[in-house]
Design a binder for this molecule. Sequence first.
Ligand SMILES: C[S@@+](CC[C@H](N)C(=O)[O-])C[C@H]1O[C@@H](n2cnc3c(N)ncnc32)[C@H](O)[C@@H]1O
Length: 318
Amino acid sequence: MPAAIRLVETPAAAFAEDVRAGLSKPQKELPCEYFYDDLGSALFEAITLLPEYGLTRADQRLVKRLAPKLPASYSVVAELGSGSGTKTRWILEALRPSAYFPIDISTAALARCQAELAPFAAVRPICSRYLDGLREVVQCRPRGTRLLLLFLGSTIGNFDVARRDEFLAEVRSLLSDGDGLLIGFDLVKPADMMIAAYDDPGGITAAFNLNLLARINRELGANFQLRNFAHEARYLAHHQRIEMHLRSRVDQCVEVPGAGVTCMLRRGETIWTESSHKVHLDQIPDIAGAFVFQRVWVDPEWPFAECLWTVDSAVLPA
Ligand SMILES: C[S@@+](CC[C@H](N)C(=O)[O-])C[C@H]1O[C@@H](n2cnc3c(N)ncnc32)[C@H](O)[C@@H]1O
């Protein structure tokens, strides 16, 4: 019998407050974690199949390659933002852990993950934000076990550098000696390749982006007219990031009663919905400064890397 999805609530009030705060800024913005309602999670799965979105296939090739090289001593695996967990299968097959804890804010993604990975481990899904979920794992992991924490797919790129450093320090404070951390990074590559990955000609990524406004309509009673917005992806070289925006096609006024905000948009003004930071290979080892760098694997087809760190230095066999 599959374990029930454990709900660590992200209150609806937080969504309303984040929307209110984001739409009240001079550069309007919405947090990207709200992309992932049921429809958004399904659209993300479709994005991973796009020919332009090489990230997922690269990550999958790498995970298959590195899984047999992971120390067998990791007996518990947890994953931040697991999504459907498709790639994690190779790691679970190699390690055969006693438990696998996917942590995600999308119940739809967790349900898919559980169905897909149940043959390889006891799946114990946690529906929550990253750190709340990790706190749950820390509380219920069996004593004396070594935990491998995964953060695949370059989702870490959604954080800006300051927030990423803070986040990794918090992760470090929750892990113990003997634990490991495996993170996926999308590498800097020619700008046209990066932009195409976030702006496919079929419009799947545009639908994913616009669904955020549709979600606000559904859950907060807003009156965004989706046809009045255009999806936009741009690369900012000095920040090493792709930004996704929704550009207003007209002067407009949108009411969001559930967030208690009225949003005035001029024609051409944008709402910033996501950042995806890219890194250079030589930047990676220093990123998780509180951990001990072990090894990096790079995909030869699509510049993407997976990097393994450990909490202490005496864990890995040579
Ligand atoms: C870009 S997708 C990556 C999914 C999968 N790891 C992969 O590599 O294909 C990001 C995932 O993280 C989840 N997510 C986003 N923000 C989150 C947050 N603050 N806490 C927990 N999960 C989050 C989303 O629901 C989504 O499943």
